[in-house]
Design a protein around this ligand. Structure first.
Ligand SMILES: Cc1cc2nc3c(=O)[nH]c(=O)nc-3n(C[C@H](O)[C@H](O)[C@H](O)COP(=O)(O)OP(=O)(O)OC[C@H]3O[C@@H](n4cnc5c(N)ncnc54)[C@H](O)[C@@H]3O)c2cc1C
Length: 374
């Protein structure tokens, strides 16, 4: 494990913003990961007893503060994809377990699965980032989420300093949520689990999820009545390209906020005022689960719609004190974009302004989906 010091984190995040990491290392194996965590627990060249740890994948779901990170950043590059055939003739099961290293590109895994005729994660095509981060916020898009296919997660338990296998139930998945977002030592600021491998249960002869409005419209427009797995992946990539900014060009982390949940009473009140407001019953646990009996009683509402139609901020751009620009994307108000040298403080201020406007207009307090790193 090669350790560097004072490394700018802006180059490692899709916002392309952020100060320096005090220590930085890339790990490509579990042994190197153990070495990095041991260093964090007892740094040899420091009087401090332990250092905060930030695990970094593709940096596509974080906003790093301008002051940087006073600890060790561990960039996870443990890669590789392995397939295990669990075909059991007797019960006619045709599931396959596919495992991928946490540092593998998420979209490489999706492309690999689709190319090999494996169903389950195709709706999550073209989401930036790594496999290891997929369980962290239970990535979701176009009617699917990672939790629907994850079978188990291998991780270094940094408290016990041993590798553990966590079942899907252990991961406690929810809407953009899991145990990995919460289990952190409050004193050392070290995450309890660092994921090294994620295993998925994919299906050889699956059913495509094409109910999502944008997807249905895409196939109708193209006159495709019986889409294939490859058609679905292509449709998702094309829809995403038309609706989301290219992070290679813009500073962004995709949707900045989560869609909020409101009570049925509050939803009815909002519907009175805004009859077209989209909302759907919130499902407990996996939010896109087909088990609609498992509703929480609350309603999930479309924040993109509120920002656009109620707050009128879609495409809004502001000049910042630093001389940069921050705004919402022209095709999707949930997405914050930054450019021309905008700072993390600029983005944070802008996000607070959006939070304020949503609260003023609707009474709803919204939450960031993007992680603030400081
Ligand atoms: C243009 C754009 C579009 C996007 N669209 C979507 C979308 O449709 N749906 C969606 O859900 N998200 C979306 N995102 C957000 C982002 O791509 C995902 O959250 C992705 O999973 C983040 O992966 P990453 O490797 O970049 O994680 P990072 O940003 O590096 O890390 C995110 C969090 O996961 C932790 N983490 C990372 N790797 C590990 C590990 N191995 N072990 C433990 N913790 C780890 C980090 O410490 C951090 O807390 C989008 C982002 C962009 C820029």
């Amino acid at each position: 494990m090669k350790l560097s010091e004072n490394i700018s984190l802006a180059q490692y995040t899709t916002f392309k913003i952020g100060g320096k990491a005090r220590f930085f290392c890339v790990v490509t194996s579990e042994d190197e990961l153990v070495e990095a965590v041991e260093f964090a627990k007892l740094p040899k060249d420091s009087k401090t007893h332990s250092l905060p740890i930030l695990v970094l994948g593709g940096g596509s779901n974080m906003l790093v503060s301008d002051a940087g990170f006073d600890g060790i950043v561990i960039k996870n590059e443990i890669s590789g994809i392995k397939v295990e055939d669990k075909y059991i003739k007797d019960i006619g099961d045709d599931d396959l377990f596919v495992s991928a290293g946490a540092g593998e590109s998420w979209d490489n895994l999706v492309e690999y699965s689709v190319r090999n005729g494996l169903y389950g994660i195709e709706n999550l095509s073209a989401i930036p980032g790594t496999v290891g981060a997929a369980p962290v916020q239970n990535i979701g898009a176009y009617g699917a989420e990672a939790a629907q296919t994850i079978s188990n997660v291998r991780a270094l338990d940094t408290k016990m300093m041993k590798f553990v296998e966590l079942s899907k139930e252990d991961c406690k998945f929810g809407y953009r949520d899991s145990i990995f977002k919460h289990e952190r030592d409050l004193v050392t600021k070290q995450p309890r689990y660092i994921i090294t491998v994620v295993s998925f249960k994919l299906v050889k002869n699956g059913v495509l999820k094409i109910d999502y409005k944008d997807v249905r419209e895409y196939f109708d427009k193209k006159n495709i009545t019986v889409p294939t797995l490859t058609d679905l992946r292509r449709s998702i990539i094309e829809i995403r390209t038309s609706k989301l900014p290219d992070w290679k060009e813009w500073g962004t982390a995709g949707s900045f906020f989560k869609n909020p949940s409101v009570t049925v009473v509050k939803f009815a009140e909002l519907k009175d005022k805004y009859p077209d407001l989209p909302g759907f019953p919130e499902i407990g646990g996996e939010t896109n689960s087909s088990d609609s009996s498992n509703t929480t009683g609350d309603m999930k509402v479309s924040l993109g719609w509120i920002l656009d139609k109620v707050c009128d901020v879609r495409g809004l751009t502001v000049d910042t004190a630093s001389g940069g620009k921050v705004g919402t994307y022209s095709s999707q108000a949930l997405v914050i974009i930054a450019r021309d040298g905008a700072t993390a403080a600029d983005v944070l201020d802008f996000s607070k302004e959006l939070i304020r406007r949503v609260k003023d207009k609707t009474g709803i307090v919204i939450e960031a989906e993007v992680e603030w790193v400081c």
